[in-house]
Ligand binder design. Structure first.
Ligand SMILES: O=C(O)CCC(=O)C(=O)O
Ligand SMILES: [Fe+2]
Length: 220
């Protein structure tokens, strides 16, 4: 079954990199944005493209596979029912990297919260951040091998993953009590040789309240 999944991803990832080429933009970091214009980030060097389900029939199928494996809802929408975001494709050339960070939007922390004021209007912020809840989990596909460098490192957890085409990593960004999971701190190491393609599926909190029930236990 897993071989089947890997093959499935491998074939489709080829499509994703080709169609993303047309849409790539220099990556920015949401909380670095000022006013209307997003600044080019110093915390990551890469190009980004978003692929939404409507743009190809393969994308909802891929999302469905992620849902089957994780047991979480991942369906896209742009309102309170959003369970998963569109697929964010990243491309790194030689020297490309992403400093250690957490994928959380920090919905519960007004100081660290990304995406809202002064970046988004109150209405968009409400729809994108508050109603669907935070990014409880990340599914990341590796769409290319990297000849040297380019691992994803999790310094607090003491592990790292090599970029292997057709493979994927999955982790939780929040603990069961809704607080940040600091073990999820991660970054993309510099690409030394070759190029790196990854794609993120971010999975949201509120649509998954039955799939991943919360607890008031401070330790979980
Ligand atoms: O490129 C990587 O290995 C990590 C990418 C990442 O953390 C992100 O896009 O949020
Ligand atoms: Fe990340």
């Amino acid at each position: 079954m897993f071989l089947d999944m890997v093959l499935y991803f491998w074939i489709r990832l080829r499509y994703m990199s080709i169609s993303s080429l047309l849409r790539l933009k220099v990556s920015t970091i949401q909380y670095e944005r000022l006013g209307e214009n997003s600044r080019t980030s110093t915390l990551r060097v890469s190009h980004t493209a978003w692929l939404f389900n409507g743009s190809h029939p393969m994308l909802p199928r891929l999302a469905q596979r992620v849902a089957q494996i994780t047991g979480l809802h991942v369906y896209e929408s742009f309102d309170d029912t959003m369970a998963g975001e569109g697929l964010q494709v990243l491309n790194y050339g030689i020297g490309g990297f992403y400093m250690a960070h957490m994928d959380l939007l920090f919905r519960n922390d007004p100081v660290k919260m990304k995406h809202c004021w002064p970046v988004l209007t109150n209405d968009t912020c409400e729809r994108f951040v508050f109603l669907p809840g935070d990014r409880i989990a990340t599914w990341m596909f590796y769409m290319s091998d990297v000849t040297a460098g380019g691992r994803t490192s999790f310094p607090n957890a003491g592990v790292s993953a090599p970029a292997v085409r057709g493979s994927a990593v999955f982790w939780y960004n929040t603990k069961l009590n809704g607080q940040p999971n600091h073990q999820s701190l991660h970054g993309g190491c510099p690409v030394l040789m070759g190029e790196k393609w990854v794609a993120n599926k971010w999975i949201r909190e509120n649509a998954n309240f039955l799939r991943r029930p919360c607890t008031t236990d401070n330790d979980q």
